[in-house]
Design a protein around this ligand. Structure first.
Ligand code: BTN
Length: 322
């Protein structure tokens, strides 16, 4: 019922709607409406309650709860099954369990806080409550295991575009899986899969975006290389707006990829916003350190470099520093 009240208040945002009108619209007593509104105010909704005029929604809190997301979600596949946790160890871990239990493609797991967030290479991913987007998507594409990295490129393209669209910031993509603002990391992507020899069972793509995280919340050792959207744009941003924009763009790019079996659209975006291409880079791949110039991306999203001998090489994965 909270969803219906919220929907009615949102449709009339800034205007009063009487308790009677709400009770007729939703089919419950005025006392039930009042109780729900009281609960919503405790949850952080700024709602005016004035006798004889009714209720007026002034401001929603920055929440990622299901009601808030579902009311405004426009996608048909990505997020069609949406699972929210106020707190969980890791959305990627939870997505793995859900996928193994048969959750459909497009399932999105989102949490307000992660207590055991995981980064690449076994690192920890600090995910404080109420300030970031900690989210994983379950996909079941018909792919060979070696192609899973394409999903990372597609995700990077979606996140960078969404951040730019919502906030106007100059989000860049550091190949293969970091989103950068002002030379600092604002988002990391962790793509994991379950596969047979020749085919993927499912892919979990997790993204951690520091939206309103304050610098002192980052662990000491990453403080000089991590940033948040808030730090870059100078004010807090509603996380919901970014989530909805990511899911919308992700769905577009993913359906296009499935239909045409090409990620050229995503790669085009990765090229356009790349902070890697054209620079000298240090690549750590399979315990080998290589210095080279990042030249281009292939149409499958692999990195082309010019090595110290002047030859062009293709890099499929690795840790890159610019
Ligand atoms: C990295 O840059 O090392 C990747 C970080 C990925 C973090 C996200 S947060 C949501 C999802 N759940 C996790 O435990 N990790 C990913």
């Amino acid at each position: 019922m909270k969803k219906e009240i919220l929907e009615a208040l949102k449709q009339n945002k800034g205007k009063f709607i009487s308790g009677e009108e709400l009770s007729i619209k939703i089919g419950v007593t005025r006392t039930a409406i009042w109780k729900h509104i009281k609960q919503m105010k405790e949850d952080g909704y700024d709602i005016d309650a004035v006798s004889r005029r009714g209720y007026r929604l002034i401001q929603e809190p920055d929440t990622l709860e299901l009601n808030e997301l579902q009311i405004d979600m426009k996608t048909r596949l990505i997020g069609s099954n949406l699972i929210y946790y106020p707190s969980i160890d890791s959305t990627n871990n939870e997505a793995k369990k859900e996928a193994a239990a048969g959750a459909p493609e497009g399932t999105v797991i989102i949490a307000d806080e992660q207590t055991g967030g995981r980064g690449r290479l076994g690192r920890q991913w600090v995910s404080p409550k109420g300030t970031g987007i900690w989210m994983s998507i379950i996909l079941k594409p018909e792919l060979e295991p070696a192609e899973a990295a394409k999903i990372t490129q597609l995700t990077a393209a979606s996140v960078a575009t969404a951040l730019r669209n919502v906030t106007g910031c100059e989000a860049g993509i550091k190949w293969p899986n970091d989103i950068i603002i002002n030379k600092k990391k604002v988002c990391g992507i962790l793509t994991e899969m379950s596969a047979e020899l020749n085919s993927v069972n499912h892919i979990i793509v997790g993204m951690g975006i520091n939206v309103n995280v304050d610098p002192e919340e980052f662990p000491e050792e990453v403080r000089s290389i991590a940033t948040s959207v808030k730090e870059s744009v100078g004010h807090e941003i509603y996380r919901k707006e970014i989530v909805l924009e990511i899911l919308r763009i992700f769905e577009d790019l993913y359906l296009d990829f499935i239909r045409r079996k090409s990620i050229d659209k995503s790669v085009g975006i990765c090229r356009k916003y790349s902070v890697t291409l054209g620079n000298q880079v240090r690549i750590i791949s399979k315990d080998k350190v290589v210095y080279a110039e990042a030249v281009d991306l292939t149409e499958d999203g692999e990195l082309l470099i010019r090595n110290e001998a002047g030859e062009i090489e293709k890099i499929i994965s690795g840790e890159v520093s610019v």
